[in-house]
Design a protein. Structure first.
Length: 429
């Protein structure tokens, strides 16, 4: 199913790699596939093209910097040399760190046009920023190295102390390939580095150094809801960063259940379907150092000898009928209706009652999911008993949802008596 048909269909000749046989005769579905990339000749792009052609898809390589985003009422469009891109079925974004802004804008545009994208723009944006991604991960039961973010010079030392003191790892929020990841062995060195970076307007994370994993990490390639390949990477010499771009080496591994589950959940929480998850092997189990939304394929394929590009193509053609949609946006279109999460405290009267007892359905409220520790129970049945610590995600009449959680009604708005003098300095909108 093509969600969004463009007015001017794209001529097959516009595709750099037209489908040689026209359509598929193996029961699979031939797609018009775009690969967003700035590097047509790099290994990853070539492998994705090869895997797509092997499945008889038509492939077009699209340089995000050459596309124009065109907006008119009810008609979001994407143009290449003035022409509409046509009815793409799916896009695989390979957005390098240097083009994050434009790249995510293009992916967002494709989402508005109803084109399936292997990774949604929101997931890419979240994963690009190490602070943002760790903030999101930290509310879930996912191992991460303890991390601090401070702004003022005087807050640096207390932050390092909260991490248990030096050594610490300092990371630029948007660094990649090991660049911008520094090991500071002493407190003084850490403070000097952080102050220098901050005085140059660079924002940094301070992270606990996972000493037992020095010079080693695990890269898991997640596609959909499984890890398709994994490797352990070793840093070169005295280097502590194990990135292959820093001269590291790698061996294929069979991933432990715990590591595989952590990788898949981390990708899902950030909203990514294709991801390279970097995990440190800490004494307490896996700790996610980073989630990459455009993982390189060369290292992982050469090391594991697994056809990762093929797995990505299989996944995309399975999922192409289900483009990402903003569920909250869809569900809140009707006034008075909305989505809300009910946290169940230890002392809540809901504890021990079943969802049926609470009477959600009678009040036009549907329980969509119940988050219980690490488990997400989708479409929970009426006879599910509510436990302390659950978080029940509901959709329905907001008034009814609020009635389930009794809270004080807001008081009347008060008129202002004395206004402070006008302040033209304030930096607000
Ligand atoms: P990048 O985006 O530059 O790859 P990462 O967060 O993945 O940034 O860090 C690069 C490498 O540094 C990791 O692969 C790992 O080997 C090492 N590393 C990162 N964070 C830590 C840490 N907290 N403790 C120990 N080693 C780390
Ligand atoms: Mg990394």
């Amino acid at each position: 199913m093509i969600i969004c048909r463009r007015e001017r269909p794209l001529a097959a000749a516009r595709f750099l790699f037209p489908n040689p046989r026209g359509g598929s005769d193996d029961g699979g579905r031939s797609m018009k596939l775009g690969i967003l990339t700035r590097n047509p000749h790099c290994y990853s792009t070539r492998r994705l093209v090869q895997a797509a052609r092997a499945r008889r898809h038509e492939v077009q390589l699209l340089d995000v910097l050459k596309l124009s985003i065109s907006l008119a009422e009810g008609k979001p469009d994407l143009l290449l040399r003035g022409d509409s891109l046509g009815d793409l079925d799916a896009v695989i974004p390979r957005i390098g760190a240097s083009v994050t802004f434009v790249g995510t804008a293009v992916v967002r545009q494709l989402e508005q046009m109803g084109v399936y994208t292997a990774n949604p723009s929101l997931g890419i944006s979240r994963s690009r920023d190490k602070l943002r991604s760790h903030q999101i991960l930290s509310r879930h039961q996912i191992g991460i190295p303890r991390t601090e973010f401070v702004h003022r010079g005087r807050d640096i030392l207390p932050a390092i102390e909260r991490l248990g003191g030096a050594p610490v790892v300092i990371k630029l929020l948007e660094g990649t390939q090991g660049v911008g990841v520094i090991l500071a062995e002493t407190l003084e060195v850490a403070r000097a580095i952080i102050e220098t970076l901050q005085s140059n307007d660079q924002k940094v994370l301070i992270q606990k150094f996972v000493a037992e994993s020095r010079g080693r990490d695990v890269r898991a390639l997640v596609v959909g809801d499984r890890v398709v390949a994994a490797m352990r990477r070793y840093a070169a010499g005295s280097e502590f960063r194990s990135n292959l771009h820093r001269g590291g080496s790698a061996v294929a591994i069979d991933l432990d259940e715990e590591y595989a589950e952590t990788a898949v959940r981390a990708a899902q929480i950030l909203g990514l379907r294709v991801a390279g998850v970097d995990m440190l092997e800490s004494a307490d189990g896996p700790q996610v150092a980073e989630v990459n939304s455009s993982p390189g394929l060369q290292g992982i394929e050469v090391t594991s000898r697994i056809d990762v590009a093929g797995a990505i193509l299989e996944y995309v053609s399975d999922q192409v009928q289900f483009p990402d949609l903003d569920i909250r946006q869809r569900l809140t279109g009707s006034p008075g209706y909305g989505v809300a999460e009910l946290p169940v405290a230890e002392t809540s009267p809901l504890v021990g009652q079943t969802l049926g007892d609470i009477g959600l359905r009678g009040a036009e409220v549907t329980a969509l999911t119940v988050q219980r520790g690490k488990r997400l129970l989708a479409n929970p049945a009426d006879d599910l008993a509510v436990a302390a610590g659950d978080r029940i995600l509901c959709f329905g009449r907001l008034e009814s949802i609020r009635a389930i959680l009794p809270q004080a009604a807001p008081g009347p708005l008060q008129p202002l008596a004395d206004l402070p003098p006008m302040d033209h300095e304030e930096e607000l909108e």
